[in-house]
Design a protein around this ligand. Structure first.
Ligand SMILES: [Zn+2]
Length: 199
């Protein structure tokens, strides 16, 4: 088990449940194909969602995670590209710059798969933090790729949709052969394995 002392975090006069590592939804789950709703309430529920997303992303050693990937159809994602580039973004709007470049890309909702995917080399993402304050993320390379990938999730788009015809065919074949494909929908439960955590 991980360090479950984090199970309750003091929050002013009240206590709240600590971040929970949630089950990640796999390709085939309709929530991944549903355009997510904009966030309108920047409340404690939203902050809990951001905490849960961070916990789940770190537990899965991911670079980014969008809310639909844990079954929540809201326009929220978290990212952790490196120790200097991590955070979350709500209701993102993207501005892309430069000629698209190809690099290997993967997704926690399609575990084990990696395919060369075209992405703009620079991205400027604007949106809000969990307190409703405006946020701007300017990224190149992996951060630019990550915010494009995660924002796609909020529109019901997966990276395999962006592959060329030949690569997409290979991806679909790999999905059909993947052990996770067609598994029953997971129940929400506490992860039995320890979770990594920064700071
Ligand atoms: Zn993904």
């Amino acid at each position: 088990m991980g360090d479950r002392r984090r199970c309750f975090v003091a929050m002013g006069p009240t206590r709240r449940e600590c971040p929970l590592e949630r089950d990640i939804r796999y390709f085939g789950d309709p929530v991944l194909r549903t355009p997510a709703e904009p966030v309108t309430d920047f409340d404690v529920e939203l902050r809990k969602l951001v905490d849960d997303l961070n916990e789940t992303m770190m537990g899965a050693h991911g670079v980014g995670l969008a809310a639909p990937q844990i079954g929540v159809s809201l326009r929220v994602f978290v990212y952790h590209v490196d120790e200097d580039e991590f955070g979350h973004l709500i209701n993102p709007v993207l501005k892309l710059e430069g000629d698209p470049e190809e690099d290997d890309e993967g997704c926690l909702s399609l575990p084990g798969l990696q395919f060369p995917t075209l992405r703009a080399p620079r991205a400027i993402a604007t949106g809000f933090d969990m307190y409703g304050e405006p946020v701007k993320i300017e990224g190149t390379e992996l951060l630019a790729r990550c915010v494009q990938h995660e924002t796609d999730h909020l529109d019901g788009i997966l990276f395999i949709d962006r592959l060329d015809k030949k690569q997409r065919k290979l991806a679909m074949q790999a999905i059909r052969e993947a052990e996770w494909f067609g598994m029953p929908k997971p129940e929400i439960k506490v992860s039995p394995h320890p979770t990594a955590r920064i700071s």
